[in-house]
Design a protein around this ligand. Structure first.
Ligand SMILES: Nc1nc2c(ncn2[C@@H]2O[C@H](COP(=O)(O)OP(=O)(O)O)[C@@H](O)[C@H]2O)c(=O)[nH]1
Ligand SMILES: [Mg+2]
Length: 222
């Protein structure tokens, strides 16, 4: 039997399409953050915190990636900002081609586009969508060994956020151990600690995002 390997060409053509998406986002002057984490790590809660604190000063679009349904879109939409839902049906990640399909819907210039990828620590890391960077969320009940078990995501993410830090007294999660494992994969990763429940730590995350938005604006002026 002949075995045909198709993974590389698929990823190569995805990368090409991601570059085209990126050109579109660049022209629109939008900072695009691809948010990746396990189901239940707190992606929607994290986005909700950002939107509540930033929506009066920034134009924000949220893109929700889910296999099925629009539960998270409805949550975000209640915050009074624009949301686009992508349903991937059978796929466990967003890819550049799915993202390309929503570009005609983006008619305004947003300062910030937050993309909630499908809940999964593996496949979403492999497919670029045209983002400026990936932001990984690791919640404390998941365990501090996850950067060792799913290294690609932590290797590729510019930012890693530890969420559910309000639960630290109750779970066996060592911030130091998790940080060490991440730094081994990715010495330059920016690491933040938050609780999307109490709001702790969001000031620092927002300061970082605002810096990135301003850098993107400056780049567009040149
Ligand atoms: N204790 C605690 N619970 C949280 C926190 N962030 C999210 N949750 C809860 O975790 C569950 C999953 O959150 P959600 O934002 O839907 O996760 P998603 O599946 O990654 O989008 C919900 O019950 C949230 O209320 C947090 O910082 N602390
Ligand atoms: Mg969600």
């Amino acid at each position: 039997m002949k075995r045909v390997r198709i993974l590389k060409p698929v990823l190569v053509s995805n990368q090409q399409r991601a570059r085209e998406n990126r050109t579109f986002f660049d022209q629109m002057g939008s900072l695009v953050i691809n948010i990746i984490a396990s189901p239940g790590a707190g992606k929607t809660s994290f986005i909700t915190n950002l939107v509540k604190r930033m929506k009066n000063t920034h134009r924000i679009l949220v893109v929700e990636g889910d296999i099925k349904g629009k539960i998270d879109s409805q949550i975000i939409s209640r915050l009074g900002i624009d949301v686009i839902q992508i349903n991937t049906a059978t796929e466990c990640h967003l890819d550049a081609f799915m993202t390309a399909q929503i570009l005609p819907e983006i008619r305004k210039r947003y300062d910030l586009i937050l993309v909630e990828n499908v809940g999964n620590l593996v496949c979403p890391a492999e497919f670029e969508i045209g983002e400026d960077y990936k932001l990984a969320i690791l919640s404390t009940p998941e365990g501090d060994d996850k950067p060792l078990k799913y290294p690609l995501l932590f290797h590729l993410s510019r930012v890693v956020v530890f969420n559910k830090c309000d639960l630290l007294p109750y779970v066996d999660f060592s911030i130091d151990r998790a940080k060490k494992s991440i730094r081994k994969e990715n010495p330059k990763a920016l690491i933040f600690k938050v609780s999307a429940k109490t709001g702790e730590g969001f000031g620092e995350v927002i300061a970082h995002i605002e810096k990135e938005i301003n850098a993107r604006k400056k780049k567009n002026q040149h």
